[in-house]
Design a protein around this ligand. Structure first.
Ligand code: HEC
Length: 265
C-alpha cells in the first residue's frame, strides 16, 4: 500500500514538473556559461535595454551585477587609476545600463535595486497578465526553457498583441526582440498518426541573422541564469578549496594519530 502511494506521488510530482517546464515542446539546450563575463555584460545590456521597462529584478542591484559581469563600478583600491577607471565605468553604466529614474526624474543611484517603473495594474490590463519579477526565473523555468522561449515567438492574429509562443501558449508578452529576430510563422504538419508537429519558419528577417540573434538570446539567458543565483560564480571554487583542505587535513590527522598511538601499540 505504502509502495503504491509512493509511486503515485512520484508520478504526480514528475508529471507536474514536466508540465511546468516544457509546455509540451522540446526545449533547446542553452549554450550558456555563467563565467563568461563578456556574455554576462552583453546579457545585462540587452536586459536593461529591452526587458527592464516591464520586468524587475527586485533582488539585484545595478552595481553588484555590473561588478559580477566584470565592470568595475566602485574603485577596487585607493589609487587614482582605479578611481578614473571607476568613473569611466560609471559613465558607461549610465549610458548603456541604468535608465530608470527616481520620482524627481533623476537617474537612480548605481546601488539601487533593479525595479521596473511599470505600473503592475496597467500592465495586467494591457497584456492580460502582469510582467513577473524575473529574479528567480532561471531556477523556476530553467535556462533551456528561457532560451527556447525567447526564440519561439510567432505571428498569431488571433492573439491580442498579435503574437503567440510555442513554449508559452497564449503568452501575454509581446515579441519585444522582433526588430532583431524578425517575424516567424507557425507551420503545423500532421504525421498521419494524430501527432501534430510544430515548426517555426522565419518569414520576415530582422536586422540580425539567426546566428547573431542566437547569441543575443544566449547572453540574455546567461544573464538571467546568473541573476537567479549570483553565488554560483564562487560556489564551485569554494567547494574545490574545501576538498583540498579536507584532503590535506586527513593526512595531518592520520600523522597525528600515528604519533599519539606509537607508544601504546
Ligand atoms: C512590454 C512589456 C514586456 C517586456 C518589454 C518584456 N516582457 Fe517578458 N513578460 C511580459 C508579460 C506581460 C509576461 C507574462 C506573460 C503571461 O503570463 O502571459 C512576461 C513573461 C516573461 C517570462 C516568463 C516568466 C514566467 O516564468 O512565466 C520571461 C522569461 C520573460 N518575460 C522574459 C523577458 C525578457 C528576457 C525580456 C527582454 C528581452 C522581456 N521579457 C521583455 C511583458 C514584457
Amino acid at each position: 500500500m505504502k509502495k503504491q502511494l509512493l509511486i503515485a506521488l512520484s508520478t504526480a510530482l514528475l508529471s507536474s514538473s514536466l508540465l511546468a517546464a516544457g509546455g509540451g515542446i522540446e526545449l533547446e539546450k542553452a549554450p550558456i556559461d555563467v563565467h563568461d563575463k563578456s556574455s554576462l555584460q552583453n546579457g545585462l545590456r540587452y536586459y536593461t535595454n529591452y526587458c527592464a521597462g516591464c520586468h524587475s529584478l527586485s533582488s539585484s542591484r545595478y552595481n553588484r551585477v555590473a561588478k559580477d559581469a566584470g565592470m568595475a563600478v566602485v574603485p577596487i583600491d585607493d589609487s587614482d587609476e582605479a578611481a578614473t577607471l571607476a568613473d569611466a565605468n560609471a559613465k558607461l553604466m549610465y549610458e548603456n545600463i541604468v535608465f530608470t529614474t527616481d520620482k524627481e526624474g533623476k537617474p537612480v543611484n548605481l546601488g539601487s535595486l533593479m525595479h521596473s517603473s511599470i505600473n503592475k495594474d496597467d500592465a495586467a490590463n494591457w497584456f492580460g497578465a502582469p510582467p513577473p519579477d524575473l529574479s528567480l526565473v532561471g531556477r523556476s523555468r530553467g535556462s533551456d526553457w528561457i532560451y527556447t522561449y525567447l526564440k519561439s515567438f510567432y505571428l498569431d492574429p488571433k492573439r491580442p498583441v498579435g503574437v503567440n509562443n510555442t513554449a508559452f501558449p497564449n503568452v501575454g508578452m509581446p515579441h519585444v526582440l522582433w526588430e532583431l529576430q524578425g517575424w516567424q510563422t507557425l507551420e503545423e504538419h500532421d504525421d498521419g498518426h494524430g501527432h501534430v508537429e510544430q515548426t517555426l519558419h522565419l518569414s520576415q528577417p530582422g536586422t540580425m541573422s539567426p546566428a547573431e540573434y542566437d547569441v543575443v538570446v544566449r547572453d540574455l539567458t546567461n544573464f538571467l541564469t546568473y541573476v537567479s543565483e549570483p553565488a554560483q560564480l564562487h560556489r564551485k571554487t569554494y567547494g574545490i578549496f574545501t576538498m583540498i583542505f579536507l584532503a590535506f587535513f586527513t593526512v595531518l590527522a592520520y600523522m597525528l594519530k600515528k604519533e599519539y598511538w606509537k607508544d601504546i601499540h
